[in-house]
Structures are given as C-alpha cells and as structure tokens.
Design a protein. Structure first.
Length: 71
C-alpha cells in the first residue's frame, strides 16, 4: 500500500467511517468489536483499513469506466 493511500485513509476515509460508526450501523460495528478479544482489535482495524482503501479505489475505477462508457 502506498504511503499516499495510507495518509489518505487516515485523513479522509477514516473520519468518514467514524461518522458511519455513529449512524445506523453503529450497533453492528460495536457488536463485532465487542465480540473480539482486545488482542485482535488491531487486526480488525487493519482489515477495515484495507477494505476501505480498496473499496475507494474500486469506486474510482468504476467511475472512470462509467464515464468512458457514457461517451
């Protein structure tokens, strides 16, 4: 993972995720975090980071593909 994407995650994507954590999915995230031992919480956070970054990149690629198809 590039340094840019890690910084982008920390400064843009992660704050957006914490807004979601306060919304309608809050209980789901809390249930998952509460069911794990404390030693696995860093692994959950890394998985969340990886998934969020790749979901963002997929959105970029999909958007670029759709704009090309709309021409």
């Amino acid at each position: 993972m590039s340094d840019f994407m890690l910084r982008f995650y920390a400064n843009y994507i992660r704050p957006q995720l914490y807004e979601i954590h306060e919304g309608e999915y809050a209980n789901c995230f809390e249930n998952v975090a509460d069911s794990l031992p404390d030693s696995l919480l860093p692994d959950l956070q890394k998985c969340e980071e990886f998934t969020a970054i790749h979901a963002f990149l997929l959105g970029l690629r999909t958007g670029a593909g759709l704009s090309a198809a709309a021409r």
